[in-house]
Write a protein that binds this ligand. Structure first.
Ligand SMILES: Cc1cc2nc3c(=O)[nH]c(=O)nc-3n(C[C@H](O)[C@H](O)[C@H](O)COP(=O)(O)OP(=O)(O)OC[C@H]3O[C@@H](n4cnc5c(N)ncnc54)[C@H](O)[C@@H]3O)c2cc1C
Length: 347
């Protein structure tokens, strides 16, 4: 087993609020490790609306989910947070020395003095295809994410879904795989219009195939998946030979293990003290969409405010004897030092 990473702060969730928590902790010279179950940072902004405009971020009249995420990443650069992506935090336990032991789905362990839960609406998990026995092929011939694209080259691929992931991968593998069959339940796609046009052109050129229908069965022999059965909207059954099945039915958030960490929870959200955004366990803070308190509004700007108060509270928790002064980034030489900037933007 790998030895634990010892640190002052762990942030669970790399959504906009988790990212800004890095900034607020950084100003107080607290370094953080950030863990997220998704492979990419940005939380809902990237998973659910990367290209949609947001109009209510103070002083940014309009930006997309992706632009907001990129700006936050730029803003937190000086603080050198370490990211541990693609792993869900499964357990969180207080140790006898007062620190918290965190274990992730990749068996990475952390021993941290403080924890910031910025887990939004929970960890995003791929929606699975519920066909009895199909899970036996998961990770071998059935995939909900593409980790190693080269492993699909030359294969007979069946790709399911109507969003950007399904179409992007179908277009990517057309001409590289032995065959590409795209299956979607209706002839209406959520993917980018240019991808839909390209997909239809490839189908017309017989470089890939589109079937409108749903997977209702599969054929296998000797623990090997050979084909899938699709029931078309016309009710007709089709057998499609397949080496690999790539399923992109979207992601759904699940509160998951957070419910078992012994924190006070109200309607699937963590209750906090609004003076400091501490949970019912001292040293554990909850910020952003995951928390609940009277008047809570699930907005990014609310989450940003919460991170500042949580950071100040954590600084006092980590160093109870130290006086923590509020300083302005405009005028404080100390903050300029931690930000790695001159005292004027023109220096
Ligand atoms: C379509 C849409 C449009 C929106 N538009 C706006 C808008 O215009 N303005 C606005 O202010 N808000 C908007 N919102 C809401 C806004 O996106 C959320 O308030 C914001 O994303 C909350 O940020 P967060 O960091 O708290 O959580 P999230 O963005 O949900 O990020 C949480 C992260 O935590 C991770 N996580 C959860 N559990 C675990 C675990 N156990 N282990 C590891 N990782 C975990 C998740 O994978 C996720 O990446 C919109 C939301 C949607 C769906």
């Amino acid at each position: 087993m790998r030895s634990p990473i010892e640190t002052d702060a762990v942030i669970i969730g790399a959504g906009p609020v988790g990212l800004f928590q890095v900034f607020e902790l950084g100003l107080l010279e607290i370094k953080a490790h950030v863990i997220d179950s998704l492979p990419e940072v940005g939380g809902q902004c990237i998973e659910l609306y990367p290209d949609k405009p947001i109009y209510d971020i103070p002083a940014i009249p309009v930006c997309t989910g992706r632009e907001l995420t990129n700006n936050l990443l730029e803003q937190i650069k000086p603080f050198g947070a370490q990211f541990h992506m693609g792993q869900e935090v499964t357990t969180l336990e207080k140790q006898t020395d007062g620190r918290f032991l965190i274990v992730t789905s990749q068996e990475q362990r952390f021993l941290s003095k403080t924890i910031f839960i910025a887990a939004g609406v929970g960890a995003f998990q791929p929606r699975t295809l519920n066909l009895e026995g199909l899970d036996a092929f998961e990770g071998k011939q059935v995939f909900y994410r593409v980790k190693n694209p080269d492993s699909f080259i030359g294969k007979r691929l069946v790709i399911c879904g109507g969003g950007d992931s399904a179409l992007d991968w179908a277009l990517h593998f057309a001409g590289k795989a032995a065959s590409v069959t795209l299956i979607h339940r209706r002839d209406d796609f959520k993917a980018a219009p240019q991808s839909i046009t390209k997909m239809r052109a490839l189908c017309a050129a017989h470089e890939m195939q589109l079937i409108i229908g749903q997977i209702t069965g599969f054929e296998s022999s000797d623990l090997h998946l050979n084909a899938i059965t699709v029931t078309g909207i016309d009710g007709e059954l089709r057998h499609v030979p397949a080496d690999d099945l790539l399923l992109f039915y979207g992601l759904s958030p699940k509160l998951g293990p957070i419910a078992d960490w012994g924190l006070d929870i109200d309607r699937k959200q963590i209750t906090v003290d609004t003076a400091c955004f501490q949970t019912s366990v001292p040293g554990i803070y909850a910020v952003g969409d995951i928390n609940i308190y009277p008047g809570k509004k699930k907005l990014i700007l609310s989450g940003f405010h919460e991170t500042a108060l949580a950071a100040f509270a954590a600084a006092a928790y980590l160093n109870p004897e130290k006086q923590i002064q509020l300083q302005y980034t405009t005028t404080s030489p100390k903050l300029h030092k931690v930000l790695g900037v001159g005292s004027s933007r023109f220096e």
